[in-house]
Write a protein that binds this ligand. Sequence first.
Ligand code: SF4
Length: 326
Amino acid sequence: MKRVFSGIQPSGELHIGNYLGAVQNWVKLQTQYECLFCVVDLHAITQPYDPATLSSLTMDMAVSLYAAGLDPEQCIVFVQSHVAEHTELNWLLTAVAPLGELERQTQFKDKAQRQESVPMGLLAYPVLQAADVLLYKASLVPVGEDQVQHLELMREIARRWNARFADAYFPEPQALLTKTRRVLGLDGKAKMSKSLGNTIGLFESPEAIWEKLRPAATDPARVTRKDPGTPEICNIFTLHQGFSPPETVEEVADKCRTAGWGCIDCKRKLADNMIATLAPMRERAAALKRDPAGVLERLRAGAGRARDLAQRTIAEVREKMGFLHG
Ligand code: SF4
């Protein structure tokens, strides 16, 4: 069975944007592939962050992943820093990682511009990503559009390492292009993001969900109820595609184009479907939060399974790179 690796930042509880953009898809993938899903806390420290909150944000993300449906019986969920082999392979890959290409990465240039003093970790971010995936010889990586350049670099690092040390040892990871949705914030302008305050949390109450959805941005062409709209440019329609059954999505598109209903009717329908989908997740999250020791235990078990795989790779890589046995 092909192996899939994907990571998510320890940004606290999931919101519907990162649920629809990644995790909803992961829940499906765990039944089709051998999957490893990782909370990438080592990546998080390449940006300014608060050491006082890193562990609680990591824990909240882990709770979110389990509550959203990742099942430790079906996939491996773990925290990146709990498997030290990630940092070891990261260093070993710096022997072949091309500096010029790292410097040309769009994300590096964007983020570096915003920092007075640029930490090396920001430049090496894609090398650690390559280590994450190659450590498990994963052949598939679910990626968003903004990660395609990093995946290409990961493939380049694998090629260079193979050419230098052991032909065809690391598989060149392929993008797993699956249907995920890019959800805008409730303001309809920017990507949904906690720092912009335009999100709905995965575990919010039905009342809070409706309070946030009611004033959310729609197609601005629908000034009055009689004005027809274009569902494809409305974020509420995108959310229907994530939370409503196909027949409702069709109904929404039709009634929007023909001005068959008002935006508030459309949002009420969305709220009902969203609340119904999220209710079991909210219950699971509440149970998990009552048992933090149990969550940690699950994460430790996940890290143990990941480490077993990682240690095998590291032993082989060390040998092929010519290190003296310790
Ligand atoms: S009817 Fe629905 S899809 Fe159309 S603009 Fe209003 S909220 Fe958006």
